[in-house]
Design a protein around this ligand. Structure first.
Ligand code: BT5
Length: 278
């Protein structure tokens, strides 16, 4: 894995800005105060996990221009060519492992808020639990890996992939994926987008540790599912029903055709897309 020198200066600018803010006491924690930038990695999540195990601080970011084995949830892959923003953020939340479910929603909400802030003409949504979509096509995804000791979270890795300047997708992704360049016609600075997303994530993270409802309210605003009939694929089978609400654990409340309600946790399922996950 080779550290990239070309755009390192731009990442240095983000770092320095965060260091200044932290000295001025404007931020409680500092996402992006340490940024490891590589031209190519198998997966930023793997490197971030190793760094966290060695004690890297909360807020440390690992970013790669390209990933050869980008990971999705379970055994899903993540297509990660040049042009996208692929990064992992190390978190050390004070929570028990059963509460870590909500980190998926936090990641997706932070990305959606960043897109909304930078591209107000785009209608961005969250397809529970971890997809960020534009016109029902996936523009970004979130992958959470948690390491727990007994019941407490030791650290969590929040892996984020955003299709920024990816012009083409191989079939069958071309039917279900989109990118910011395809939607806006313009390329976006990776550094600017990273900076904005880290700011949104940090604000949400700090505020939601004080009051979990703040995150929930934002997530509801962006949800592309609430009020729609959906099919959820879970480890225990498929369920059809009305997506009625989200709860503080990041769970989806589904009203089944029988009238009964079912809560599905983020790590237990996903909403079926038009073509299957591969
Ligand atoms: C995700 O999984 O959406 C998690 C994506 C996380 C990627 C980041 S990149 C930085 C960090 N390092 C990593 O190795 N991973 C994280 P999931 O919900 O399982 O969605 C995966 C599915 O999305 C695949 O099965 C494909 O159908 C589709 N997919 C793959 N690549 C895509 C892309 N670039 N854009 C949109 N959809 C994609």
């Amino acid at each position: 894995m080779a550290e990239n020198q070309n755009s390192k200066d731009l990442y240095m600018i983000i770092k320095e800005k965060y260091q200044r803010k932290s000295v001025a006491g404007q931020l409680q924690s500092v996402f992006g105060k340490e940024i490891y930038h590589y031209s190519c990695l198998e997966s930023t999540n793997k490197v971030a996990y190793l760094l966290a195990k060695k004690g890297a601080e909360e807020g440390t970011v690992v970013v790669a221009d390209e990933q050869t084995h980008g990971e999705g949830r379970g055994d899903h892959y993540w297509y990660s060519p040049q042009g996208g923003l692929w990064f992992s953020l190390i978190l050390r939340p004070r929570m028990i492992s059963s509460e870590a479910s909500r980190l998926s929603i936090l990641g997706a909400t932070g990305i959606a808020m960043s897109i909304d802030r930078l591209f107000s003409s785009l209608k961005v949504g969250i397809r529970w639990p971890n997809d960020v979509v534009i016109k029902d096509k996936k523009v970004a995804g979130v992958l959470i890996k948690v390491r727990a000791e007994r019941c407490d979270v030791n650290f969590a890795i929040m892996g984020i992939g955003v299709n920024l300047n990816v012009r083409e997708f191989p079939s069958p992704l071309s039917f279900i994926a989109t990118s910011l360049i395809r939607e806006t016609g313009d390329s976006t600075s990776k550094e600017r987008f990273l900076e904005s997303t880290l700011e949104e994530l940090e604000n949400l993270y700090c505020s939601s540790q004080v009051n979990g409802r703040i995150l929930l309210e934002k997530a509801r605003l962006f949800s592309s599912l609430l009020g729609r009939q959906v099919e959820v694929v879970t480890t225990g089978g498929k369920f059809q029903g009305l997506a009625q609400d989200l709860d503080e654990d990041g769970g989806l409340i589904l009203r089944l055709e029988s009238g009964l309600h079912k809560k599905i946790l983020p790590e237990k399922g996903y909403v079926k897309e038009r073509s299957p996950k591969i």
